[in-house]
Design a protein around this ligand. Structure first.
Ligand code: NAD
Length: 483
């Protein structure tokens, strides 16, 4: 197998994964899959149509009634097997994701693939622990609360973490006895398509996980189809459309949307560790992270020397070929996003932000932009308010806690926040007043499958991860017995 030919790893172009088989889509509409480091087409996918979606829904529906009756511990065994196979096939998965999304291959191999396997293993352990509860209502009345699967779910996911976010949805859904139809992003469908082989190798019963490809039109067909639950991660704009559509038949829905997370450096912050964290917090995955610490609030008293050190660290980032082991930042995943980021860079300059480093594209083929820091970012300016979703850090100076809290909470988002200080009282005050679903004190991006993950405000509702995510895929039923 040639190391660089993704076609050899994937099903025949046009095939999608339904009932545990790769089957030809009936669509005549196609989308190219582009390698963002070279701008070359490496594959093409069908935009699944009504009849493809119908077939996937029927398969999932008939699988679900069988799957929910399988002993929970047996269900868990399939998940453990899938986790094991993901590690066994890590080289193939890493190559596909790197060539499709532009992530440095070392990040895939050392971080995202092991974390995906860990996440699945965590949920496998939940299979036989979804127990419901009992309660005594009166001496002759007893309540049983049972937890039943919600039914057929759709996981509609974005392009920035295609493999792991797919399992944010698949793992808890199938643990709870549901079946699921996954629709990866049109920009990053390759690892999802490859996963079909892993589900086959794991012997997963047919129809428990189905995978259809396509853009928003396929997503819309899924949302309107006779299923029970939509688990969505993506932009606010699409989240709102899905919510409106789900209101027609009151489908269950939870939404994981965008962010504009504040990362705060108090005057007593440990300098080296916090700089490491500030850099990782915005440049990891080329800044294409919903929880990216894209607004860096630096206390006025340390601002100048902090920015100087920060610039030195950012200038040491190695941007380039994601297949090279020495690269620390790859390209932007797709052309549309690349153009959006460069537009934001121009807007920042027009709105008088001071460019500390970067601020433009790299002068080479591929969707590469320079890691960028803007300072003196005005609180009311576009880049202080809107999600850029790229390697662009906006620095803002603050003086008092009051001033800080009002600025950090001033966007429509509320996904994540972080702060660095040796003063636990200050840290806890910040953690309690900031509107965010996850707050890190003296770290950033510390993630674990046990920790619920989701947003306040327009960053969405419902939670992925943790035991909380199971609630998305269960219906509680009260059974009251008079005796
Ligand atoms: P997007 O909303 O454009 O697309 C997400 C998915 O929705 C894709 O699969 C797309 O094909 C599908 N889709 C598009 N229109 C649809 C419609 N009308 N009906 C149904 N499905 C539709 O988002 P994106 O550009 O892929 O991802 C970037 C966004 O995702 C950012 O805002 C980022 O912050 C967010 N995100 C959030 C989290 C989180 O956990 N909160 C994680 C990762 C990314």
């Amino acid at each position: 197998m040639s190391k660089f030919n993704v076609q050899e790893l994937l099903p025949k172009e046009g095939e999608v994964f339904i009932s545990n088989k790769y089957v030809q889509s009936t669509s005549d509409k196609w989308l190219p899959v582009i390698n963002p480091a070279t701008e070359e087409q490496i594959y093409k996918i069908p935009i699944c149509n009504d009849s493809d979606v119908k077939m996937a829904v029927e398969s999932a529906r008939s699988a679900q009634s069988v799957w929910e009756r399988i002993h929970p511990r047996e269900r868990g065994k399939y998940l453990y097997k899938i986790a094991e196979l993901i590690l066994k096939h890590k080289n193939e998965l890493a190559l596909l994701e790197t060539m499709n999304v532009g992530k440095p291959i070392s990040v895939m191999l050392n971080r995202e693939i092991p974390r995906t396997a860990e996440l699945i293993t965590y949920y496998a352990g939940w299979c036989d622990k979804i127990t419901g509860s009992t309660n005594i209502i009166s001496t002759n009345t007893t309540l049983f609360v049972t937890e039943e699967p919600v039914g057929v779910a759709a996981g509609i996911v974005p392009w920035n973490f295609p493999l792991i976010i797919a399992f944010y949805k698949i793992a808890p859904a199938i643990v709870c006895g549901n079946s699921i139809i996954l629709k990866p992003s049109e920009h990053s469908p390759l690892t999802a398509l490859y996963m079909g082989k892993i589900f086959q190798e794991a012997g997963l019963p047919e129809g428990v996980v189905n995978i259809v490809t396509g853009d928003g039109t396929t997503g819309e067909l899924l949302v309107k189809s006779p299923i029970n639950k939509i688990a969505f991660t993506g932009s606010i704009e699409t989240g709102k459309k899905i919510l409106r559509s789900c209101s027609n038949d009151l489908k269950r829905v939870h939404l994981e949307l965008g962010g504009k997370s504040p990362h705060v450096i108090f005057e007593d912050a440990p300098i080296d560790a916090s700089i490491e964290s500030a850099v990782n917090g915005i440049f990891y995955n080329s800044g294409q992270v919903c929880i990216a610490g894209s607004r860096l609030f630096v206390h006025k008293s340390i601002h100048d020397q902090y920015l100087e050190k920060l610039k030195r660290k950012v200038d040491s980032i190695v941007t380039g070929d994601p297949l090279s082991e020495t690269t620390t930042m790859g390209p932007i995943c797709n052309k549309m996003q690349f153009e959006k980021i460069t537009r934001y860079m121009s807007t920042a300059i027009q709105e008088n932000a001071v460019t500390i480093t970067g601020g433009s594209r790299l002068d080479q083929k591929g969707y590469f932009v320079k890691p960028t820091i803007f300072d003196r970012v005005n609180q009311g300016s576009t880049i202080a308010k809107e999600e850029i979703f790229g390697p662009v850090l906006s620095c803002i100076e603050f003086d008092t806690m009051e001033n800080l809290v009002s600025m950090t909470n001033s966007t429509i988002y509320g996904l994540a926040a972080g702060c660095w200080t040796k003063d636990i009282n200050k840290a806890m005050y910040f953690a309690k007043t900031v509107k965010a679903g996850i707050v890190w004190i003296n770290s950033f991006y510390c993630m674990d499958p046990v920790s619920p993950f989701g947003g306040f405000k327009q960053s969405g509702f419902g939670r992925d991860l943790g035991k909380e995510s199971l609630n998305n895929y269960l219906e509680s039923k009260s059974i009251i017995i008079m005796h």
